[in-house]
Design a protein around this ligand. Sequence first.
Ligand SMILES: *Cc1c(COP(=O)(O)O)cnc(C)c1O
Length: 422
Amino acid sequence: MSRSAELYARSSAVTPGGVSSPVRRYEPNPVFIESGSGCRMTDADGREYIDLCMAYGPLVTGHAHPKVMDAVREQLSKGTVYGAPSETELKLIERISKEVPCADMVRLSNSGTEATMHAIRVARGFTGRDNIVKMNGGFHGAHDAALVQAGSGSNAGVPSSKGVLADTAKHTHTVEYNDAQALSDLLEKDDDIACVIMEPVLGNVGVVPPKDGYLWDVRRITKEHDVVLIFDEVITGFRVSSGGAQKKYGVTPDMTTMAKIIGGGFPAGAFMGRRDIMENVAPQGPVYVAGTFAGNPVSAAAGLAQIDVMCSDGNYATLDRRSDRLVRSIRDTMADAGVRGCVNSVGSMFCIFYGIDEVTNATQATQTDRAMGDRLFRYMLEHGVYVPPSALEDDFLSIAHTDEDVAQLEEAFKGFFSEVKE
Ligand SMILES: *Cc1c(COP(=O)(O)O)cnc(C)c1O
């Protein structure tokens, strides 16, 4: 029995499904990770992997980047959490405010889930309206207002998890991503909508980029109806550019949520936006949000160091160039092998969809041939590459993936597709 299998047996006895978050489980058992360094992880049985999952997004500078580790060590020597403000968290807030176009003011939290939960509350408090709109396939963390899927007939949503009240879900409406007309029709019909919350690039059904002009249309439509536009940039923030997707595409929302990269490998989140909206947040305003660990200096030091690294030495350009090279190689390899599918990418986030020629929304994304995704995962795991275990998760590159690592990845994908062809 492998060490991972042993650990999983122990784990399954004491935590549901043997994992701390559902996506981490797969058959017969997930590999348990012992350590990570750069673009590589080593499991409990001593097997090494090139990591293409990168903890689902946070590690844009790789595992244990020396500058991030130094910043953390320095902070640790001064304590871990104070329950009072510190200059470390202020520096992160100032940095985010400087880089992100919509961020007149920023409030830190502990996770993306908290950030979106708070942002939605702020939008409701600011507008005095009850309903919210999300995109089909959009993910905004695991809280009640966000664990909702499209209902049949009316726009009112239904719970996507047991334990979420139908009474809560009915306030969350869902429209298809990349369909500006559907959003316009919905806002025309319902004058009790506080906000539209959306990933500017869908990133939780694989990667689905916005069509030309779509984000502009969403901006115009929400403005016409005085609805708060929230970009959930938990994945795209400090990944697709230093100012997130809003800077890349030149569309400024009213509010934004971030997490993942801004914690530098530690738990962190943030919501931010226009001054007149953010002034509603307690203690300045009447919308209550709070957190013992919000803005904790260890996460802030790590996040700030990671952002500093990314914003220097042309690192975004390097990252995008290497990612483009890998994506083009995978496309060519698939075509050569005669495997039907498409590879969607935005910078360093990408996803392979099998058995479908184009994916522009979540409905198409879920038509992907998941069995092929599963086969890829297993092949890669055996051949020393750790891709996300689910077909509808994103692959992520980091600046720790060198040109040689990318070449090694290209070979691994070639190996898989030649096996599939036979
Ligand atoms: C990961 C994610 C979240 C949730 O963030 P957590 O830190 O896991 O709570 C929210 N929104 C998006 C777009 C995400 O990808």
